[in-house]
Each structure stands twice: as structure tokens, then as C-alpha cells.
Write a protein that binds this ligand. Sequence first.
Ligand code: AMP
Length: 463
Amino acid sequence: MDYGIEAGRKLEEACGVCGGYAADQPLAFLTCFALYALQHRGQESAGIAAGPGEGRKLWVKRGMGLVSDVFPETADLKGILGRLAVGHVRYSYGEGGKNPENSQPLRLRYRHGELAIAHNGNILNSRELREELEAQGAIFQTDTDSELLAHMVARQGSSSLEDALLEVVPRLKGAFAFVLTDGHKVIGLRDGYGIRPLSLASLDGDGYFLASETCAFDTIGASFIRDLEPGEMVVLDEAGMHSRKVIENTCSRLCMFEYIYFARPDSNLQGKNVHLVRRELGRQLAREHPADADIVSGVPDSSIAAASGFAEEAGLPYEMGLVKNRYIGRTFIKPTQKMREEGVDIKLNPVKKIVEGKRVVLIDDSIVRGTTSVKLIKIMRRAGASEVHLRIASPPVIGSCYYGIDIPDPGELIAYNNRPAEIPELIGADSVGYLGMERTIEAVSLSPGELCRACFTGDYPVL
Ligand code: AMP
């Protein structure tokens, strides 16, 4: 299958962005808490730009690691002066992913002052736009789409950031949610398909805050107002909040994978609570693929809601068959040779007394390459499960994502390379059942036209 999209890709990112403007709030401090709430969207690097402070300059701190690594003394951020802040957490993959230079917000100086930019998504025509700018003498220091936007803005003659963006943004193809500042205002931007989420909240009557997910608002006591429209630019400044349409001919295609895996369960996307959607996915899955079993278990954390919905619908007990160690981070080193040889997982441990001798329905939110599934089935069998029936709360993933979710090229996808009937044997399960597209859409309760489902259908909204 050829989806007509270039396979070799640059740095790609599935990140979390946020930022706000207020006359009398400790914005750098609040932004740090918002980043804690968005940490699941990226653990590679974190950063905040805030100010302006003395000399009207922006303060910027960014670095590799978790929010707590980069900002170990959160309380110190109360001392950062200024009316605005922008924050970013990064989940990177593709080339250049580990380069600290690529951490954000990116700060640049240009003839009209400073810019600090945070980006979530992936701009498809970035190579072409970069080459065009390089031909005009631009020198790029990072691989990020944020720097591309900065160069494009800087080349516009206008001293008004809004006017420059009105010219530049319609030239960007792909998925993006930007939060940026010039030290005077904070601007939120969403692509014309609304693929990546971005929402707006008020800060207790004093200013506004933008974030990739609504869970960030709860963490800082902000009140949700609405999601940004596709192609909308929201400007936060001393006059309050105003909005302009930057892209004509928009439509709504929110990423379905946000509901299935990526977003936090306490967030609402397009007014739908992620946890409730996942529970409904589980219920639908039990109707479509029932199993003769004794217990239902979910893979922590993203599949717990679907597993509880499955158990409820199937009338089976929900049990905690697997426990996840949340503190081990990205370590893949195993403590002993025997554990290495047996492929024991140090992040997921079975509760043997629960699983032993049981026919287990194991729920996972998705299968991408299939490596996790192979590991999970082994863990369950080693713990003594008599049967393992894997149920997946989404359709088979058959296409890569070009819009900012880490899904590899089709050659690596188990469902692209194999027929459904071959998958149980390949991963070692007694049976496998994927939730069909129709029921998945029913669970999300948006119309199929309101979602980007490209990784499940191969039908890409933006090429
Ligand atoms: P795989 O091992 O490649 O089949 O990946 C599927 C597993 O990774 C599932 O357990 C998912 O919960 C999780 N997963 C799905 N999508 C992603 C993603 N974009 N990034 C990280 N993990 C993911």
C-alpha cells in the first residue's frame, strides 16, 4: 500500500503546549504546574519562557528530562516577573530526537524583538519551506517546526506578530498547535483540520490560559472556556482575549488516537471526557468480541478504563492482573542475567495470585508493532494464566501517523503486514479481537467526518 507520503521523516513530535497572559498571576509558576499535568504528552524535555522581566527580556529555561528535572524548585518560579508565559513538554521521535538543541520553547531574536515558540504536531511541508528560506540565506539551528515558524515570521515586514502570522500560517501544511509569545502577548494557533488539541480557559477573572489538554486547567484552578476552532488564532494580551481566523476552508478532524491512548483520562476533548470514551470503547468491545473467561484485566494505565467497561458489559470480575511501576522511567536495563534471558519486564509485573489458573481477558488500548502484546501474553502465561484472550479497544493500526503521534512506517505495523487470523499465533494469544471502526466511532460519539482516523484507515486528511 502506498499512501503517497514520504517515508523518511525528520524530527517529529507529539508534545504538550501551554501558556497564558494575566496582569497579576505568577505565570511561570502556574505554567510549571500545567506542564506537570501535560507530562504524559512528553518526557524528553521541558521548558518555560516567561516575562518580560527587566529590560523587557524574556526569561527562558529548558532542558532534557522530566518537568521535575528541569524545574526542581518549583516555588522559585514565583519570583519570575512578567505577565505572560509559554510552556512545552516534548515527546520526540525520528531523527534528532535526542538533541537538547531541539527542546522548547525556542527563543529567537529578530528585528522587532524576541519570540518564544512552543509547538505540538508535525508540519508536512517543512522541508520545502526550509529549503526556500535557506536559499534566501536563513540559517537553522534546530530541526524544529518552531524555528521554521520563527524564520517565516521574521521575514515578514510587519512589526505586528498577528499580522505576520496571518500571512505565514496559511502556508503551513499539516498538524499544529502553537503557543507563542513576543513578550507583549501570547498567541495560540490551531491548524485548519484541528488535528492536535488546544483549549482555552480563564484564570479567575484575571487573564487567560491555553493548553493542549483540559487536565492542565484543573491543575492550576483555571476555568475551561472552549476548544480553539480549527484554523483559529487566539490572542491574549492586556486588552483581554480576542480571536481571528487565520485559515479559510477549515474542517474538524481531531486525532482519534488522542481518545484511544494519548490524552489523560481526566481531560475532555471536543466536550467528551476521555475516561468515559475509553469505558465505552471497552463496553463495545465486550459486545463485539465476547470471551469465555474468568477475569478481565487492563494494561495500566491507558487501558484500565476500557477494561472496566468490558468487565461491566461482560458481567465478569475486573481484576488487577498487572501492576505498573511508575518510577522506573525509560530504563531498559535488567538487573540480572536470568531476567534478561527470560525477557522479564521490570515495568509491568503480574499479580500471580490473581492470574494463576485463570482464563484471562487482557485489554490493551492498541497494537502498533505488536511487541508489547507478545510481552504481555508471556507475562500472563508465566504468572500461570490458563488462557489469555487479548482484546484491543481500537481498530487495527495499518498506517503511520504524519501528524505528531509516534506510529512507525507501515513496514513495522503488525496489522499492516499480517492478516487478522494470523495475529493470535504471532503474538501467542489464545484469541485476539480488535474493536471495529463502527463501534469505535459510536464510543467516541462524534461523526466519522469529525475525526482524523488515518492510522486506522489509510485515509489521510492532509497530504
Ligand atoms: P507496540 O508494542 O508497538 O504494539 O505498541 C503498542 C503499545 O504501546 C500499547 O500497549 C499502547 O498502549 C502503547 N502505545 C500506543 N501508541 C503509542 C505511542 N504513540 N507512543 C507510545 N506508546 C504507544
